[in-house]
Design a protein around this ligand. Sequence first.
Ligand SMILES: Cc1cc2nc3c(=O)[nH]c(=O)nc-3n(C[C@H](O)[C@H](O)[C@H](O)COP(=O)(O)OP(=O)(O)OC[C@H]3O[C@@H](n4cnc5c(N)ncnc54)[C@H](O)[C@@H]3O)c2cc1C
Length: 438
Amino acid sequence: MYVENQSFDIAIIGSGILGASITYFLAANSKSKVVLVEQESAPASHTSSRNTGKVHAPFLYDPLKKKHFAKAAFLGFDMLKTYCSIKSLPFKQDGVLEVATYEKGIDRLHKYMNWGFSNGLSENELQFLDKDQVSKMEPNVKSLGAIYCSRDASVDYGAISRHLVEDLQRFGGAMLLNKRVRKVNAAGGKITLQTASGHTINSNFVINAAGGNAVDIAHSLGVGNDYTDLHFRGEYWRAPAEYNGLTKISVYSVPKYPEYPFLDPHWIVRADGRREIGPNAVLVFSPYAYTLSTNLKYAIPKIFESLPTGVSKMLFDKQFISLVFREVKSSLSKTAMIERAREFLPQLEPRLFSQRGTAGIRASLIDKNGKFVPDTLMIRSDSQLHILNYNSPGATGALPTGAMIASQLIEGGIAKAKMDADHTTPWNLPKIAEQMLI
Ligand SMILES: Cc1cc2nc3c(=O)[nH]c(=O)nc-3n(C[C@H](O)[C@H](O)[C@H](O)COP(=O)(O)OP(=O)(O)OC[C@H]3O[C@@H](n4cnc5c(N)ncnc54)[C@H](O)[C@@H]3O)c2cc1C
């Protein structure tokens, strides 16, 4: 498919679930020549294959501050269900309990109920349970009350992304692996991507869906300079088999500091039945700092990069600094991590946990005032679209987000519409875009 220095209409950087979804819809619905460019030897090698695997119902998301994520999570449920059914991939609608372990958490649960209804969930899908009702449903869970949401599911996002990449190639899109985009030039309305291996890819439009590298790529083009990013590694511990019967479903606890990206670790029942505890959110210096040596390698450059930005203001935020240390402690000490889940599952014994799960890293966007940006941020010009802060529930919302972006590019004449497109995927693109933008 790929010929050296070939020209494309649209180049998409990053084959995580977001880049794969956008390219899937563009390849299916447009006649434009599209190419998905990935630095690794396999698609979706990073966050999209290293997460909790939940299809999140949108009750945790403020409909005003997290409007995009809330809409996309709502629409993502049905789209993922359909796609997984077509591809015979697991989609286990197992539901979730969000439990309050402290008095103020109950107020927060009521707020979540309101957000959930505003974001489209029905009364059948979202129920408030008092302490006794929780015990009846999950006898081992200790709480003051909870929300039970039946519209939550467990999937394998890595497998979904790989299927999207197979499909987009079937629809005529190109996939380039082992091509790390080192430099992007935008001159005279033409885009040139230069890869670390010395290749040049030309296109009329570029979409930056590079996950943890998206901010750096945007900055290299002079875009998004008011923002920077911090990387947080979410770690897991696998539960031993004797805990398989501890609960039937996943249990999350109301976060104590919801304005920071530090959710307390959950009790997770995965699509394949494995039980895990996690993730925490440990500050690291690179989107790929899975090991200590990689983390140390990027420490000094990242510190110097961050000091002139909004991050310097965060150093005066005592709450943030104390949370950073708490997360580091839960990374170094298995007991500290498991203690956090013992607040609602007191039976858990740290000594029985012996295997770590697969960690994933998120890039959180920070504004110039040192505040976390709550929603995803899309910055568009005539020849570029940069998608920043594409965090949780990003995997849940990737299909509707991809459909919306493809529809807008077709509508705006950047991509050329294909007349027989409706037969290729199960969805009507303009309709999804319309629902996303209501
Ligand atoms: C611990 C954790 C748990 C989570 N749990 C959930 C969950 O349960 N449910 C949910 O909905 N969401 C969850 N999320 C969020 C979700 O995983 C992400 O929002 C989503 O995977 C982001 O997808 P992406 O395609 O933007 O990024 P990525 O998957 O990171 O993909 C970006 C791709 O770009 C490539 N790339 C980067 N730079 C370059 C370059 N220069 N040249 C070429 N290629 C490049 C990378 O190699 C990578 O493949 C979780 C996230 C974390 C960290």
